[in-house]
Ligand binder design. Structure first.
Ligand SMILES: Cc1cc2nc3c(=O)[nH]c(=O)nc-3n(C[C@H](O)[C@H](O)[C@H](O)COP(=O)(O)OP(=O)(O)OC[C@H]3O[C@@H](n4cnc5c(N)ncnc54)[C@H](O)[C@@H]3O)c2cc1C
Length: 529
């Protein structure tokens, strides 16, 4: 590490890495500081013996030949370093008496997804078609607006070009459905994807569901080698272009003088077992980009007194995405051979999705209400390298998880045991085939991601926290920028890559670069060509 850089980026999630890569591409000296032992944040793969567990992001949208992720990889010249493994369907959703797929990958995928509902709910055919058509318009217009900011010119463009998006921007998926769908089972089926953003449908933005149902049907591959391949490719690019990416180091403070960030202080992180010293190293910098939680950035790294009353009030009003827990099982069973497709499998014991978000602690242990909702992360079945032949690396998510109770190690064990018992109803004999077992509570997840024990994927994707209402990349400090899922446009790999590019664009514009995103076909915030 040197003593000074043009830009210091705090956190090597996909937001921070895409920002760093784009700045390095333009010749800026970049340091990315990551407290975990590897880069990637929620887009990582953890190796445990022969099993490779992709714990959070496992499927990536924006990967059609013309998608944002592909365009960025191409512009950086690293497209060859990642191999996307196409999935026939990204999601397989299991209700007690009905299951369906969100097909993906060809122009007909959306129709094939829709056909399943038309067959099952013929009386609602008209509404179903209109529901999908309106979501497709929202998604198309959201794509147009992706790189626009809140300047008067951009706002005028959005008003002219994105009327459907504007009409539904502040609407939740439940009121949105009212105009089209009536059968409660159909409504449950078409809103259960809210749980992919760890939210009940009553809180989820309609725009978020458009991203999952429509964008997800265009392309949603897994990655060869697991999610980790993507951040590694970006980190490699930064290192090959004069930048540095250091892991096992935590930023513990940002020095501010006259409303300007001038330096960051770095200590070895709690996950760094070879910590040579605990004295902070101070690194001077012209710009700081924070890819970490907005609460950590302003409460812990900077201090409240450095930001104004209104910004502080705004931060306090935001709602976080609730936490989840994950059980990692290495099993000597081949789930693909047993008929499981490579996809995210969502299981629910009830059509009342809201019920899963009530009395969470008691329900986790089966003490009340319907059996909790859970997800099997199995996109990795498309990647033979994720486990030895005949075996499977399985990640089970329970969403949401309670915030409290995890200090008691016995609680963790009991929750994990109950999860295995429930899963055994679907995979008979499972408990006798477990070769590796590891449980991640919200505390574990916080240790690896530093997202906060009461939170997970940034500010919740509610209608009140989208578009201009979400935190911008600019902050009250002149040269401090934000990126990642605590900022615009949204959660998810495609969202945070866009946020990182936006932060880079703002810095490069200040440095006098005209049209910094032209290489990915964006001029003045809109697509060209
Ligand atoms: C269970 C689950 C499944 C998901 N599935 C998908 C999916 O299939 N597809 C998809 O597109 N998205 C998915 N997502 C969402 C997606 O993973 C995230 O939105 C995205 O990865 C977040 O990236 P980020 O850049 O905001 O930062 P993060 O991934 O949160 O990274 C921030 C980094 O900052 C580091 N850090 C924190 N504090 C400090 C500090 N003080 N000093 C140094 N480093 C620090 C952290 O260790 C972390 O590595 C999923 C999320 C979850 C939770």
């Amino acid at each position: 590490m040197k003593h000074a850089y043009d830009v210091v980026i705090i956190g090597a999630g996909m937001g921070g890495l895409s920002c760093g890569a784009w700045l390095a591409r333009h010749g800026m000296s970049v340091l990315v500081v990551e407290q975990n032992s590897a880069v990637g944040g929620f887009c990582s793969t953890y190796r445990r013996g022969d099993f490779h567990f992709t714990v959070a992001a496992s499927e990536v949208t924006g990967t059609t030949p013309d998608g944002v992720i592909r365009r960025v990889l191409r512009a950086l010249g690293i497209e060859e370093r990642v191999r996307f493994l196409p999935l026939d369907y990204g999601y397989h959703v299991h209700f007690p008496d009905f299951d369906y797929y969100i097909f993906s990958g060809d122009t007909d995928a959306r129709n094939r997804t829709m056909d399943q509902f038309l067959k099952r709910f013929p009386a609602e055919a008209n509404g179903i078609k209109k529901f999908f058509a309106e979501l497709a318009r929202i998604n198309e217009q959201a794509e147009y607006a992706t790189f626009l900011d809140t300047s008067p010119r951009s706002i005028a463009r959005v008003m002219v070009k994105c009327p459907t998006l504007l009409r539904h921007m502040g609407r939740g998926i439940v009121p949105f459905m009212d105009a089209y769908l009536h059968d409660p089972r159909l409504r449950a089926a078409l809103s259960i994807n809210a749980t992919c953003a760890n939210l009940p449908p009553s809180r989820m933005a309609a725009v978020g569901i458009a991203g999952l149902l429509i964008e997800g049907s265009r392309s949603i591959p897994h990655l060869a080698g697991g999610a980790q391949a993507l951040p590694e490719a970006f980190a490699g690019y930064i290192r090959n272009h004069g930048g540095e990416v250091v892991t096992g180091q935590r930023v513990c403070g940002i020095t501010v003088r006259s409303r300007c960030a001038t330096a960051v202080s770095i200590v070895p992180s709690a996950l760094n077992t070879h910590a040579p010293s605990l004295f902070p190293t101070e690194i001077q910098t012209r710009y700081v980009v924070s890819n970490v939680s907005a609460r950590q950035t302003f409460n812990d790294l900077i201090g409240h007194d450095q930001i104004g009353f209104f910004y502080r009030k705004r931060l306090n009003r935001y709602m976080v995405t609730p936490p989840f827990c994950a059980l990692l099982l290495g099993i000597d069973m081949d789930l693909k051979a047993l008929g499981y497709g490579p996809a995210l499998h969502i299981y629910t014991s009830t059509y009342d999705t809201e019920e899963h978000f009530k009395n969470v602690s008691a329900r986790m242990l089966g003490q009340c209400g319907p059996e909790p909702f859970f997800r099997l992360q199995l996109a990795n079945l498309s990647d033979p390298s994720s486990a030895p032949p005949g075996k499977t690396a399985l990640v089970i998510h329970m969403i949401p998880a309670p915030v409290d109770g995890w200090d008691d190690p016995d609680f963790e064990h009991r929750v994990a045991d109950v999860m295995i018992q429930r899963l055994e109803k679907r995979i008979p004999g499972l408990s006798k085939h477990i070769a590796y077992r590891e449980f991640w509570s919200p505390h574990t997840i916080d240790r690896y991601m530093m997202c906060g024990q009461d939170a997970s994927i940034g500010w919740a994707l509610t209608p009140q926290q989208l578009g201009p209402r979400r935190l911008a990349q600019e902050t009250p400090l002149r040269n401090l920028f934000l990126c990642g899922h605590w900022t615009r446009p949204a959660i998810g790999i495609i969202g945070v890559v866009v946020s990182g590019l936006q932060a880079a664009r703002m810095i490069l514009t200040r440095e006098g670069v005209a049209e910094p995103l032209e290489a990915i076909g964006v001029r003045g915030g809109v697509r060209i060509g």
